[in-house]
Design a protein around this ligand. Structure first.
Ligand code: ADP
Ligand code: MG
Length: 696
């Protein structure tokens, strides 16, 4: 049996350990850095480094690494051992303050989007003391930010930390206006629900598409999919349950507050949700969670797929980013309290979010854009491409009353009676849930539901923090001039909500009518990554991010370029994989089957020339026709991929891949799937959808 409180955080150099192991002065100085963002003295760093190293060695570590989040979307690490020679063939274990606070990885091999030519290779990683160091696989991992020699940021952590400062500053201004002089710090908090698939490892390694692309490029529909709705919250299969147990244990050891686990809608799909933390820590933890999921799955003979759409025809995987704003005194600023109509401070924060989402629909769409997620959004399994927000009946009614100067009658909670004596009555929430909304208010937080399962949430939360901070800044500028804060704030809320109410939609986001309605409301409908990504550095967005010092124009352009370029590369890899599978495996398999059928027909005829073999002959001719059609589609995809080389410009290339290559791949797949459905499963070169989805 495991003792959870005992193992929790055992691999983390957390506050308790710092307090135990550091001299008092050092601990105090470090806390100041963590709490108030003060920079760290090298002498303090030396003491911290020494104590961290001692602790790490006691826990089996031999190496250390700066652990950072470059624009690849995954984390990066370069391990150095603690050894230092002392002569006579001997070594000691050493780790200095300098090594703790600064690293110098070669930056030229990470995506920088034209910021830095390869001859300017220098890059720096810098310790982020607000996220604890931890041990992973025998290495002391130090969460760090990553920037270039010239100071441009090359990672996803730095802008997030900047955005947290920005929202802290603006939210505190509002709080002071409402008489809160106690709160010293405002943090955004995030809980990231993570979806994933688990499939059998042996099955995985038989599919090149899964190995190279993380998603299937071929595969006929299995007889059973998710139509029985029997997987969601279903009981866990033993292997899955074993995996989840070990995952929980590892997450807890790493100080990650793993809370909820369950089966998701699609067969072989599951979810894990932690208890929320500050957006910085939640981001680091989510990166670590994804890594641990993959690693632990391997130990159980499984593979964890984090791709947004590994299988056609069943749901893909997303990530829900639950987001709220809290003070260091423990108040959640998005808590409506019992009487939201009278809670003007809450209404100001709510109005700030409403304005932010409406004004920056493009940025939130960008936050959810990836080649994988493009397959998922808008497919009746995830929110559509259109941004809107759900507030629920109660808040919608409150806002309606405010903009129409009407009285508002407080909703009282209703007691639920199940009419079964043994079941105790309980009170029901004042509003229902809406599972189709991309951005839903869920009681005291917003749930942003568009994200793809593999995405780094750093970028999303950088955007969320900045756009809401921007509303708060304008609000504070206005309210600080007012004589009577309550009247001025009510007026401001009324005006803001009137101006931005088009973004509020409580209906079914999956319906056709909503697409039409959204168009009438003038909401954006950005369907794919190439459609939205160039907007990253629009005039509005450059002004927004530079106003708050979160991104410079150069940084925005580079990010946009990296993501567009990455999109084209992914589609290129997918197309080449599809061609490889088609030419090397599928054609030979179908040809072999046709040969087998022909042999049968001839054999039968040689025995008795009068015998009729209509079925074999028909199947043979059907497959022969399909095969010749398949060859044409291969040829078409081949030429389309070649054509990409002629296209100039990063955006243009991405658009070309989206408009041409994706289609050609889809046409190729359609023929392959048709052949698979008519083939002997013995000869088909890959495990079927049925095997992949139901083999664990
Ligand atoms: P559901 O699946 O119904 O959306 P879950 O309970 O699975 O709900 O997930 C809710 C997530 O929201 C959890 O990660 C939880 O920690 C997080 N959460 C709750 N309160 C806050 C908050 N104030 N700030 C950020 N996240 C929060
Ligand atoms: Mg959720």
């Amino acid at each position: 049996m495991i003792n959870v409180p005992e193992i929790f955080g055992s691999l983390v150099f957390d506050d308790v350990k710092m307090k135990q192991r550091l001299p008092k002065d050092t601990y105090k100085a470090l806390k100041k850095t963590i709490k108030e963002g003060k920079s760290l003295d090298i002498n303090v760093a030396n003491v911290v480094a020494h104590s961290m190293k001692e602790w790490a060695i006691e826990n089996g570590a031999t190496h250390f690494t700066h652990w950072f989040q470059p624009m690849t979307g995954v984390t990066a690490e370069k391990h150095d051992s603690f050894i230092q020679p002392i002569g006579e063939g001997k070594v000691i274990m050493s780790f200095s303050g300098k090594e703790l606070i600064k690293g110098e990885p070669d930056a030229s091999s990470f995506p920088s989007g034209g910021i830095r030519a390869t001859f300017e290779a220098r890059g720096y990683t810098a310790w982020d003391p607000t996220s604890y160091a931890f041990i992973k696989d025998g290495s002391l991992c130090i969460p760090t930010a990553f920037c270039s020699y010239t100071g441009e940021i090359l990672d996803k952590k730095t802008p997030l930390l900047r955005s947290m400062e920005v929202i802290n500053k603006q939210a505190l201004r509002i709080l002071r206006l409402f008489g809160d002089n106690e709160s010293k710090r405002v943090n955004t908090t995030v809980g990231a629900e993570q979806e994933y698939f688990l499939i059998d490892k042996e099955v995985f390694y038989k599919r090149k598409d899964l190995i190279y692309c993380g998603r299937t490029l071929f595969g006929a529909r299995p007889p059973k999919g998710q139509e029985l709705e029997d997987h969601y919250f279903g009981s866990l299969k033993p292997r899955v349950s074993e995996f989840m147990k070990e995952l929980d244990e590892e997450l807890w050891k790493h100080g990650i507050l793993s809370k909820t686990k369950h089966n998701e809608v699609a067969p072989a799909q599951h979810e894990m949700a932690p208890i929320f933390d500050t957006s910085n820590i939640a981001t680091d933890h989510n990166q670590l969670t994804m890594e641990l999921m993959k690693r632990i799955a391997e130990r159980h003979g499984l593979v964890c797929l984090l791709h947004e759409k590994p299988f056609a025809g069943v749901n893909g995987s997303g990530k829900h980013n639950n987001w709220a704003i809290s003070t260091d005194t423990g108040k959640n600023l998005l808590e409506p309290t019992k009487k939201p109509r009278e809670n003007t401070q809450f209404l100001v924060f709510l109005a700030a979010v409403i304005r932010a989402v409406d004004e920056h629909q493009d940025l939130l769409r960008i936050a959810a854009a990836s080649a994988g997620n493009d397959h998922r959004l808008g497919g009746n399994e995830a929110p559509p491409f259109i941004m809107s927000m759900y507030l629920g009946d109660e808040l919608t009614d409150v806002l309606h009353a405010i903009i129409n100067d009407e009285d508002y009658e407080e909703k009282t909670s209703i007691v639920m009676d199940t009419n079964v004596k043994a079941i105790p009555n309980f009170t029901k929430d004042t509003t229902d849930r809406n599972r189709t909304s991309p951005f839903a208010f869920t009681g005291n937080k917003f749930e942003f539901r568009m994200l793809g399962s593999s995405e780094n949430i750093g970028c999303t939360n950088t955007i969320l923090n900045t756009i809401v901070a921007d509303s708060l800044k304008d609000f504070a500028d206005e309210l600080e001039k007012a004589d009577d804060i309550k009247t001025a704030a009510e007026e401001l809320v009324k005006r803001t909500v009137s101006e931005h109410k088009r973004i509020i939609f409580n209906g079914d986001n999956y319906s056709e009518e909503w697409v039409e309605e959204a168009k009438r409301r003038g909401l954006m409908n950005l369907r794919t990554l190439p459609d939205c990504m160039p907007l990253y550095y629009s005039e509005k967005n450059v002004a927004l991010f530079s106003r708050h010092g979160v991104y410079s124009e150069k940084e925005l352009r580079s990010r946009s370029e990296i993501l567009l370029d990455n999109y084209s590369k992914i589609l290129n890899i997918e197309a080449l994989t599809a061609l490889d599978m088609a030419k090397k495996d599928i054609i030979p398999a179908v040809a072999a089957y046709i040969r087998e059928l022909a042999t049968t027909v001839n054999l039968v005829k040689s025995v008795d020339a009068e015998l009729i073999t209509t079925q074999e002959t028909e199947l043979m001719s059907k497959l022969t026709n399909l095969l010749s059609c398949f060859m044409k589609k291969i040829d078409r995809l081949d030429r389309t991929v070649m054509g990409a080389k002629e296209v100039e410009g990063i955006t243009e290339t991405a658009v070309y891949y989206k408009d041409n290559v994706l289609n050609a791949m889809q046409e190729l797949r359609a023929v392959a799937d048709e052949m698979e459905s008519n083939m002997s499963s013995k000869l088909w070169p890959y495990p079927s959808y049925g095997t992949m989805l139901f083999s664990v």
